[in-house]
Design a protein around this ligand. Structure first.
Ligand code: HEM
Length: 437
């Protein structure tokens, strides 16, 4: 049985729709103030058993970086028991993640990727007024507490289109987690073992994954990845225009790159034309697999959605070992429809991943499926939408009588920073608050 009342709600519960959100990064300057903060958060963070926040107006999640656990005085043998990717931190993993050139940590927004980031708070609410009121209270409480500094904030919100900034419906496909009671969106996918996403339970290999020690700290916790991903919306639109033979073709090219039409309708179910009603229907828009389309005439094997979850398509490796819970939120203003000139504004996605295995889940998908194609039989072709392309990349998609190859792929998504966090269970938060080392 999953101990839902000890697992933070952000791990298993999807965010509200519509939503507004704020990411807040904190530095702990004073150890006892940091511990006091952990104690106070125990009464603010809701569990997966009661997704409604105790304050009933916003859902708060808390995670700690490795430097944050050190700042709280977590004992050395315990620190050493955390996953090694987490101990290194995201900035140190830049090469493996394709965060090079303009995406490299030296260009990241301060304090992302530095040892100053200790605590990552996420507050989500269905409306701005309630979020603002909760944030004002939090600001006041932090000022009164002292010893803990707010370093950075990022406001996020659902766009008026309820799509991500490139214009695609997002947040459709998510796995079912055994014992969580939350259904997955793909009826063809068996629920995944809870240990894939929550520490302390058997995972798909049949044994529990390595868990930080002591048990009270690791159990019901998980790892989390935050990435601020800037999206070049004007550049994406211009690329579609340049590569479409006629205006109607633009939407087809976009769909081939994503694996879904912008409405969310999957190419697997409607390969020749969009079907907005299908795209909006949660009972049907993820009800498909790829085994009937091995070559990819409908959904290209190199498209973003198929390469990040090849489902039942034959690929080297076991797809179920690389599944992810995603929680993306958009930031920045919308680029008005039809505009092809970059207005210089910062817009994109705060990408969040949740899972027990940073290495074989997030890092594998990012490095081998997004920024590499070997495992998928695609040579060195990167993801056409989110890959670290450099203007020389190609995206080929099967087509009769001959395949089509789009050339000169630029980089549409630039990493502005990110962090690896550990999202403790609620008992573990209390344990951190009570540390006396
Ligand atoms: C700005 C960057 C990104 C954009 C705009 C984006 C957009 C999308 C969209 C529109 C979908 C289809 C809707 C859905 O199935 O929920 C999707 C699916 C997905 N994306 Fe991304 N994504 C981005 C980055 C990433 C990254 C960095 C990863 C992983 C490291 C990732 C992993 C996935 C996965 C696993 C799916 C679900 C595929 C499926 O189950 O069919 N995405 N993404």
């Amino acid at each position: 049985m999953l101990e839902l009342d000890d697992i933070q709600s952000g791990v298993l519960r999807p965010r509200p729709t519509p939503y507004v959100a704020t990411y807040i990064l904190l530095r702990i300057d004073d150890r006892s103030a940091g511990r006091e903060l952990m104690g106070r958060l125990c009464s603010v963070v809701s569990s997966s058993a009661h997704p409604q926040s105790p304050a009933a107006e916003c859902w708060v999640s808390v995670s700690l970086t490795y430097a944050g656990l050190e700042a709280l005085g977590v004992p050395r043998d315990s620190l050493d028991s955390f996953a090694w990717e987490f101990r290194q931190g995201m900035a140190a993993r830049a090469r493996a993640l394709g965060d090079e050139g303009e995406s490299s940590p030296e260009h990241w927004e301060w304090p992302l990727g530095t040892r100053d980031v200790h605590v990552i708070l996420t507050a989500l609410s269905p409306d701005q007024a309630r979020l603002d009121a909760a944030l004002a209270r939090a600001d006041e409480a932090l000022r009164a507490l002292g010893g803990v500094q707010i370093l950075w904030r990022q406001a996020c919100h659902a766009l008026s289109t309820e799509r991500e900034p490139f214009g695609f419906r997002d947040g459709i496909s998510h796995p079912a987690v055994e014992g969580s009671g939350i259904p997955g969106s793909n009826p063809h996918e068996e629920p995944l073992k809870a240990g894939e996403f929550v520490l302390g339970y058997p995972d798909e290999t049949g044994t529990p994954p390595p868990m930080p020690q002591p048990d009270v700290l690791g159990r019901n916790g998980t790892y989390i990845v935050f990435r601020k991903l800037h999206q070049r919306v004007a550049g994406f639109r211009q690329y579609l225009k340049d590569n479409a033979r006629k205006p109607e073709d633009e939407e087809l090219v976009a769909a081939k790159m994503m694996g879904r039409w912008r409405s969310g309708a999957p190419l697997a179910l409607c390969p020749h034309h969009d079907d907005p009603a299908l795209g909006a229907d949660p009972r049907r828009n993820n009800d498909f697999h790829y085994a009937d389309d091995p070559t990819g005439y409908k959904t290209p094997p190199g498209s973003h959605a198929r390469r990040t979850n090849p489902r039942d398509a034959s690929v080297a490796g076991v797809v179920r070992l690389h599944r992810m819970i995603r929680r993306g939120t958009a930031y920045g203003t919308e680029l008005p429809e039809g505009v092809l000139e970059d207005d210089g504004a910062d817009r994109g996605l705060m990408f969040a991943f949740i899972g027990s295995h940073l290495g074989r889940q997030f890092e594998f998908v990012q490095s081998e499926w997004i920024n590499g194609g070997e495992f998928l039989g695609l040579g060195d072709a990167k993801d056409p939408v989110t890959g670290a392309n450099d203007g020389t990349g190609e995206f080929a998609y099967p087509r009769r009588p001959i395949p089509r190859c789009l050339k000169g792929l630029p980089r549409f998504v630039v990493t502005r920073g990110g962090e690896y966090g550990f999202m403790p269970g609620l008992r573990a938060l209390r344990w951190l608050a009570d540390l006396r080392t």
